[in-house]
Design a protein around this ligand. Structure first.
Ligand SMILES: Nc1ncnc2c1ncn2[C@@H]1O[C@H](COP(=O)(O)OP(=O)(O)OP(=O)(O)O)[C@@H](O)[C@H]1O
Ligand SMILES: [Mg+2]
Length: 363
């Protein structure tokens, strides 16, 4: 039995006035391993992750890290003892790359010279040229920024690394590279990593164990990736993983059958406070390019959308778009980046299912 590093014991989180975002979660996360939280948008992955370092406080239940109840450690101290990497690199724009990486060691009282030296080493560790250290974040590519984010999270050498969709904003090739890099790093570092993604492929590539979350913040299955692919615990997991082998094969499947529905859009400057209808609205700029989603309820903020789908791309990209969108509706764009319509996750999943059956029929 692997040693446990993080334990959720009947942890529930209910945000003000809402339903449970995380519902009675009990799980044990192995020390020195990569555990991946995967599931569709809104199923409570980020909330679960953030309860580990008390960026979010549980409504009930107990969470321990290395045997200690997290509420017994002051939140700022707890937060600094864990690396945190998020989707947008979260770097401070007015500080150089090196200064960004050195942030937490400086907060922990390490001298300027020493934390700088460590930051320089870390640039190398994450595969960046030392010349990039003097640049500002905006002068780096998306992939480079994510590497800096990883370097920053590693700077204080924390035993626990929390990563929230760190690679989902970069293009697929860079993403593959970053995944390989993380696995290479982990062979040397053996950190306890909790990694959030909505992409089952990424989950099965990276995870020593994978936790599949279902809508409503329920843990649907928690097992080694092979087991999840081979023996999904229920219909939800089966549909989510594409039943027999993850979605890898979808990278080669055409998306011909995917229906693109007419989209109801609203321009940013027309966005009133009157969105009381309870539906998600797709917000576009004056050229019709997607900007994000306006949430249900009056006065709700615009939230960033997921990945975009271009006509002619693969089924994998279609599914990615639908699963990464906060509204559950994927956004299709034309060659000029204008909204061409929306696609629905359940329809994409139905096509995937039919595709799988057809393949099995042929075997
Ligand atoms: N600060 C908040 N206040 C109220 N509700 C919230 C808050 N943060 C999240 N929620 C709700 O809790 C649920 C879970 O959200 P969470 O961000 O944990 O999901 P997620 O699985 O990370 O989704 P995504 O894949 O879109 O990042 C959602 O219904 C969300 O709307
Ligand atoms: Mg999230």
């Amino acid at each position: 039995m692997a040693e446990a590093m993080i334990e959720f014991q009947s942890v529930t989180k209910t945000y003000q006035g809402g339903q449970a975002a995380v519902d009675d979660l009990s799980m044990s996360i192995d020390k020195g391993a990569i555990t991946v939280f995967v599931g569709p948008s809104g199923c409570g992955k980020t909330t679960s992750l953030r309860m580990i370092n008390r960026m979010v406080e549980p409504t009930s239940g107990t969470l321990t890290v290395d045997g200690r109840d997290v509420t017994s450690v002051p939140a700022p101290q707890l937060r600094r003892s864990m690396g945190y990497v998020m989707q947008s690199s979260g770097l401070m724009p007015h500080r150089t790359v090196l200064d960004n990486i050195a942030t937490v060691p400086r907060l922990n009282g390490v001298s300027k010279a020493e934390s700088r030296k460590r930051a320089e080493e870390l640039l190398d560790v994450v595969g960046l040229a030392s010349t990039l250290g003097k640049r500002y974040p905006s002068q780096l590519s998306g992939g480079q920024q994510q590497r800096v984010g990883v370097a920053r999270a590693l700077a204080a050498d924390p035993p626990v690394l929390l990563m929230d969709e760190p690679f989902s904003a970069v293009d697929p090739l860079v993403r593959d590279e970053l995944q390989k890099e993380l696995l290479r790093l982990q062979r040397d570092l053996a950190k306890t990593i909790v990694f959030v993604t909505h992409d089952i492929d990424e989950a099965t590539v990276l995870g020593d164990k994978v936790a599949v979350f279902a809508t409503g913040g329920k843990l649907a299955q928690y097992a080694a990736p092979e087991e999840i692919l081979r023996a999904p615990a229920n219909e939800f997991v089966a549909a989510f993983v594409g039943r027999d082998r993850g979605f890898r094969h979808l990278a080669f499947s055409p998306s011909d059958g995917v229906r693109i529905h007419a989209a109801q859009t609203v321009r940013l400057h027309e966005l009133g406070t009157g969105n009381g209808a309870g539906d998600w609205q797709l917000v576009v700029d004056d050229e019709g390019r997607p900007l994000g989603w306006s949430g249900p309820g009056a006065g709700a903020a615009t939230v960033p959308g997921g990945s975009l789908f271009r006509k002619g791309e693969t089924l994998r990209r279609a599914l990615d778009a639908a699963l990464s969108s906060p509204s559950g509706l994927g956004v299709a764009v034309d060659d000029d980046g204008r909204v061409a319509g929306i696609l629905k996750a359940d329809e994409v999943l139905a096509i995937i299912d039919a595709d799988r059956r057809a393949r099995q029929g042929r075997l």
